[in-house]
Design a binder for this molecule. Structure first.
Ligand code: PGA
Length: 235
């Protein structure tokens, strides 16, 4: 098994924060010392440029267009090339909220990943089962099926897998250490890429999750919006 040494913490701000509080939070994080992880922040697209110009934080978007890598008649879409051009190196693709609210399926997700790779972005692909699927013993099959969306362009350099069980996202109930380690091991057997965990990561469980041998990092939602809490996680 490949060892990925320095842990990676990705903040997923989702559709939160107006411009001034977002810049303030990003500045505080950027100026905080003692950070022992690699850090990526994924703000709403409209805030990326301001944050980029005022901090030295590594940035990512939360989505990109499936239809074209660069330009096209796609009203409302933002392309991977535009995301790269504005100074991001990462893009989250296939988050369960997009699978749910935007009906994103494997074909759409695969097209988005391909576009991200063509534009030179690292694609962070979210996978994870629902509570019902876990209770029915189908977690591995579900995740395996979601992993099949990875296009042939995927490499350990341009792709990160985020295991985010749906039942753990925003519920305050993270997966257990055993559940996390087992699923990461399973994913790594299929794809030896960097694998991060997401789902109710807080300052009081981040350290033990990060210490798991199979965990290369974290994808943090709600707790990344609060400086005190997030700083404890990245310290
Ligand atoms: P949460 O969200 O940390 O608020 O559970 C994680 C995510 O959806 O990426």
């Amino acid at each position: 098994m490949k060892k990925h040494n320095k842990k990676l913490v990705i903040a997923n701000w989702k559709m939160n924060l107006l411009k001034d509080p977002a810049i303030n939070l990003a500045r505080k994080i950027s100026e905080a010392g003692d950070i022992s992880v690699d850090l990526v922040i994924c703000p709403p697209d409209l805030l990326i440029d301001s944050i980029k110009s005022q901090t030295n934080i590594s940035l990512g978007a939360q989505n990109c267009s499936a239809h074209a890598e660069d330009f096209g008649a796609c009203t409302g879409d933002i392309s991977a090339a535009m995301i790269k051009n504005i100074g991001c190196n990462y893009v989250i693709i296939g988050h369960s909220e997009r699978r749910k609210y935007h009906k994103e399926n494997n074909d759409i997700i695969s097209a988005k990943i391909t576009n991200a790779h063509k534009a030179g972005l690292v694609a962070i692909i979210c996978v994870g089962e629902s509570l019902e699927e876990r209770q029915e013993g189908r977690s591995h099959d579900i995740v395996l099926n979601q992993l099949s969306a990875l296009p042939p362009t995927s490499t350990p350099e341009n792709t990160i897998i985020a295991y985010e069980p749906i039942w753990a996202i925003g519920t305050g109930k993270s997966a257990s250490l055993t559940e996390i380690n087992q699923m990461h091991e399973y994913i790594r057997f299929e794809k030896d890429f960097k694998i991060v965990y997401g789902g109710s990561v807080k300052c009081d469980n981040a350290k033990e999750i990060l210490s798991l041998g199979q965990v290369d990092g974290l994808l943090v939602g709600a707790a990344s919006l609060d400086f005190e809490q997030f700083y404890k996680i990245i310290k």
